[in-house]
Design a protein around this ligand. Sequence first.
Ligand SMILES: Nc1ncnc2c1ncn2[C@@H]1O[C@H](COP(=O)(O)OP(=O)(O)OP(=O)(O)O)[C@@H](O)[C@H]1O
Ligand SMILES: [Mg+2]
Length: 483
Amino acid sequence: MTALERYGRDLALDKLLIVDDEETILKQLRWAFKNDYDIITASSVDEALSAIREHSPAVMLLDLSLTDDTSELEGFEVLETALSIDPRIKVVMITGHDDMENALKSIGTGAMDFYAKPIDVEELRVILRRAFYISSLEGEIDRLKEGYAPGHEFEGVMGMSKPMLGIFEAVRRIAPTDVSVLITGESGTGKELIARAIHNQSTRSGGPFVPINCGAIPENLLESELFGHEKGSFTGAHTTKTGKFEAADGGTLFLDEIGELPSALQVKLLRFLQDQIVERVGGEEPIQVDARVIAATNRDLEEMIEEKAFREDLFYRINTVRMSMPPLRDRGDDILLLATRFLHRYSSEFSRGMKGYSRAAIDAIHSYRWPGNVRELDNSVKRGVIMAVSNLIQPSDLDIPFDGDTGGEKAGEPASLDVAGEMTLKEAREKLEKGMVVAALLRTSGNVSAAAVELDVSRPTLHDLMKKHGIDAGDFRAPKDKK
Ligand SMILES: Nc1ncnc2c1ncn2[C@@H]1O[C@H](COP(=O)(O)OP(=O)(O)OP(=O)(O)O)[C@@H](O)[C@H]1O
Ligand SMILES: [Mg+2]
């Protein structure tokens, strides 16, 4: 299924508004297109405008010589007002046979196309089909700009692949319960994001979400971080401190990298999971805490149990529900959904006005393994947006291996040709220009005067070119020449 078919389907893209003051023409056209579109008719300026407001038709067929009693200017009036109500509406003007001047004027005013009388239904059908097609493409672009299509995001987690829809469904089911959840998955697959989604969907969403990374805190400090301490319980404990468990009271405690939890703390965690009780370091009083525990790991806890590095009884407690985040490479089209979302995010963050990815870049994105998963994709796209020469990201901008430089396991044209095919003349010139400047500086070991002679340009011109392309002559000089 193409993207167009996929999105076109769930949108009311097929409304056609026909505006003409002649009843017989309205009847004839309605009859001719009734099987193709959802047809609305209007026979006056007012009717036409209120139909646009009420139905937002994708396409309007408008008779320029729409007259009640005044002039044909009324057709233009409808055109202009229609576009101000809905700038995306595609208007096809019906003009008089010899009226090229008004036909062109309507295009100038924003109509998509015109059709001169007499009407040939089959010809008009082709024109309308094109108008609807363009309208749906524009809708598609808008949705891609937003970064996602409706229904492809859940609590800030993007995904429409089968495994991710399964994850979303599981989150909906388990969120309202208070059971402990263990989230497993490779690095960067969104484990923390899903933990937050579970929290947000739960009855605890009004309470705190408290994350703590068990692997990031030195072992001797971790206990006090998690459970708090009483004043004077150890050197440096000047005040009483509440731990993360208490902080998560009424909410959710997210224990990231639970595999790193030292065995003494594994015992304390187990006690909490059994009795909802914590004890501060140096404290005598057990403290009752109402917190849900969600744990995450990218380690194989079962294997750690075999190696006696993780307690089996604790494992069974936290593993009440297990969610395995699929690696990005198993998520099909999600990868493009995410890549597009990140592209737009960074394009606006860095004011780059990026349009999208070259076909070669899309191939590269699909064939790469993404060991760092969504986080790696995020970083790679960010880099791409910063590095891109044009408004189309190329594989080399992403810094991931692609056919063009891995020797190419895919059949077909080499990726470099593909890239050239999508480059504009301006981009190609820029690339060539930069390449020649670099080559000349390489040959002359960074001697700008000599390079200028070689390139047959003046020294100031070469300096300008170097500045434009961000080239530093110093980079080409031998170390001793550098200042
Ligand atoms: N499905 C997704 N949609 C949007 N952003 C995502 C998605 N999955 C992950 N991310 C983003 O990718 C980054 C990594 O996600 P997260 O920190 O949740 O992964 P993780 O599995 O906890 O990684 P690690 O194991 O390295 O801690 C975050 O910036 C997160 O916002
Ligand atoms: Mg994480």
